[in-house]
Design a protein. Structure first.
Lengths: 258, 258
DNA sequence: GAGTGGTCTAGACCACAGG
DNA sequence: CTGTGGTCTAGACCACTCT
């Protein structure tokens, strides 16, 4: 299954050579997604090295996210999940007018079952960065809406929205279910016609909490997306802080040439 | 400097405890950016463990990007690099008309010295995905331009552009230096006024080659950005495949509400 | 219980940086 | 040359999974 040997005379450390052999076996498809790698004992015998060396090799592949180790079971080739594409026009008004939230509309297009859980809605004092983005004074009161999205049972992203309290109070936005079209529909009903969205994209390694919430494989990064919604008068009406499993998403955008 | 001991009776592995102690010393500021950690020998004595255990602890911090090891010198606390912000209008025509490339214009705004190296320019057959994006038949001839960008000597991104050969041949685009305003200026001179850019953003762990080219800390992800440039007739005129060190960038975009 | 990965030790030798 | 990190061995014991 994994042929070839190691060259102790080579400059390249043995553990990297073993990692190379395993990696190319995976890339060739000799080891498919979900399949188990040879055990440590077997690799020790096959390449004539000590356990520590095998562990270094496998450790490399783990840090690359190519494989995942399951204690007591084995080391497995990671299944590459299907990518979800976030379209440039995903917040277009026509989607809201159809009564669908952006996530629902996208799930429908991708033919997966969408689910939202861990919904928490409460007023709070804005953190400095959120207040800055919303153009509010430090510590201003905001409505916080946090939730987790799942597709076919797999967590894909967590999101936390912040809405100025003056805008949210007394509306369905303070309810767990804000009604058809989501909070953007409610914001527009309250007289703030949406004008544009600004998004900032970063990527980083997840915190331990995020690993749990998104069921991330060790060594897999997240995409951080902070979106600010502005009305037609360029007043910030919402900030949404999203953390996505990087492996599941492609974000697409359009840039002007002028 | 780093006080406290390890608890061999604890459930938490000793190497993780040592990593915790060092990490919190760094977070507290007892070990500042650029400072050297105690040597392996010193840590072995201090915590009464073998070299392997110390190496595991330091390995954890390295994979988190908290420290970097320099062979023969020591292990150092990593300085958190400044973020580079890519603006939504970074390809606006006014920047090209000022004779500056997008990277130069941005470097100037950030007050860093920009440098480009590893430039390779050659014709080749397009890979399937590139041909698809350019709307060419499979295996069509394209001009390939690859290069690496550096700011203040630090590699920040690699980029590879693909331009249909019919469009590039006989123009300064086939030269190493395509002249003022970069290849977008040349494309416009050849009669293809640029209309829009489409960008697709992904994040993932780097390949070993990318770790080298971008001098990435182990465990730090990259942002992949594939941009397709279209002229005003919606003809694809260039595809640019960029790999950026995720720690150095914030990408900002605008989305329409309509 | 058998097989798997996870942690740790004690010691060896190598490669690189700097005085 | 000394001190640093990098690689490797041989062996031990533990924790988890499956049967």
């Amino acid at each position: 299954m994994v042929e070839g040997g190691v060259d102790t005379a080579s400059d390249r450390p043995v553990y990297k050579q073993i990692a190379d052999l395993l990696r190319s076996a995976i890339e060739r498809g000799d080891l498919g997604p979900g399949e188990r790698l040879p055990s440590e004992t077997e690799l020790m015998k096959r390449y004539g090295v000590a356990q520590g060396t095998v562990r270094q090799a496998v450790g490399l592949l783990r840090s690359e996210g190519v494989v995942v180790a399951e204690h007591g079971r084995g080391v497995f080739v990671r299944a590459r999940p299907r990518l979800r594409r976030l379209a440039h026009d995903r917040f277009a008004r026509r989607h809201r007018e159809a009564g669908k939230s952006a996530y629902d509309a996208e799930a429908e297009a991708e033919k997966v079952t969408a689910l939202v859980d861990s919904i928490r809605v409460y007023p709070d004092k804005a953190k400095d960065e959120i207040a800055r983005r919303l153009g509010l004074r430090k510590g201003a009161k905001v409505l916080v809406r946090s939730r987790r999205y799942l597709s076919d049972g797999q967590p894909t992203e967590t999101a936390t929205s912040y809405i100025p309290w003056d805008l949210a109070k007394g509306t369905p936005m303070v309810e767990t279910n804000p009604g058809p079209g989501g909070i953007y529909a409610r914001i527009e009903e309250s007289g703030h016609r949406l004008g544009r969205f600004a998004e900032e994209v970063t990527a980083r390694m997840p915190t331990p909490d995020e690993v749990t919430a998104l069921r991330l494989a060790p060594g897999s990064p997240v995409i951080g997306l902070v979106r600010t919604a502005y009305d037609v008068d360029d007043l910030a009406v919402e900030v949404c802080d999203t953390v996505m499993s990087a492996e599941l998403y492609v974000l697409s955008y359009e840039l002007p040439a002028t």
